[in-house]
Design a protein around this ligand. Structure first.
Ligand SMILES: CCCCCCCCCCCC(=O)O
Length: 278
């Protein structure tokens, strides 16, 4: 049995501190959060603070989040800055490896929080890869192993990047443009200059008629056979079969220059634990 440990307190809402720097008592936090949850519930039944209060972690105020693979009803995990929640597993066997935040500068001026994200990998696929190629290594060596990370991005392992929109003024055109820039750069990096058609086939999945208000969920899943499948709010909107595209998208989150460096560290820790778990 493996326990995933996230070295930051995202099992609880952002820590409240008094002006003098001392933590406000758990009681005060609980009252505040409960009041916030009531307001949130009246506005949006999927509000992350509400989900947190309703989860058993919300009542325990534990200092650390952890996920146990053997848990029958795993609890969600909260991105610490936004409080957005992510289920600790999705589908049959995709487990949450880490959560993070994508910030982006707006007109080169201020950084905005665009979306929170969670990275999931199929535990059977990860164990299979580890058993075939890294069986003799302890977790600490799998953790820093570049070949293992490259395999994670390149091998036929089912993985999902779940984006939850934080920024409330997004339109689908800015989503397309952002993908054009970030995925386009990675396609150039890994595949050279001539990948415009591939990029276009991916960005064109984000059609003008789709709305993506705050709290919308976009799932980018690498299905077996290196098929990149996109779902918005749980609805499949299209797929593109391309190993290069799958690798380029994963690189944004777990490659060497990721959007959120802390999230990548957690993901590496957790995927290494998963890989060596018997
Ligand atoms: C005003 C900023 C608009 C940014 C929209 C980003 C939406 C999803 C893009 C995903 C890829 C990326 O993060 O680059």
């Amino acid at each position: 049995m493996v326990s995933f440990r996230f070295p930051f307190s995202f099992s609880q809402p952002p820590r409240a501190t008094s002006p003098s720097g001392f933590s406000i008592s758990a009681v005060a936090v609980t009252v505040t959060v409960a009041a916030g949850a009531a307001i949130a519930a009246s506005r949006n039944p999927r509000h992350p603070v509400l989900e947190w209060v309703l989860s058993s972690q919300g009542s325990s105020l534990l200092p650390w989040g952890s996920i146990t693979l053997a848990d029958a009803s795993p609890e969600p995990v909260f991105e610490p800055k936004t409080g957005f929640s992510f289920p600790s597993s999705i589908g049959d066997s995709r487990r949450l490896l880490g959560v993070g935040l994508r910030k982006k500068s707006l007109l080169g001026l201020k950084n905005i929080d665009v979306y929170a994200f969670g990275v999931y990998a199929d535990c059977d696929d990860v164990k299979k890869l580890a058993g075939e190629k890294y069986a003799n290594l302890p977790a600490s060596e799998v953790r820093g192993n570049k070949a293992f990370m490259d395999d994670l991005m390149e091998a036929d392992i089912k993985m999902t990047i779940r984006l939850q929109i934080v920024y409330g003024k997004l339109n689908i055109r800015s989503v397309r443009n952002a993908f054009q820039e970030s995925v386009g750069n990675r396609l150039k990096k890994f595949g050279g200059l001539d990948n415009n058609d591939l990029l276009q086939s991916f960005t064109s999945l984000f059609k003008d008629e789709y709305k993506i208000p705050r709290y919308s969920i976009i799932d980018l899943t690498r299905e077996p056979g290196h098929v990149l499948s996109v779902a918005i709010e749980g609805n499949h909107v299209g797929s593109v079969k391309s190993k290069l595209l799958c690798r380029s998208i994963l690189d944004l989150y777990i490659g060497e220059d990721p959007f959120d460096k802390n999230a990548r560290e957690d993901i590496l820790d957790n995927v290494a634990s998963l890989a060596v778990d018997k």
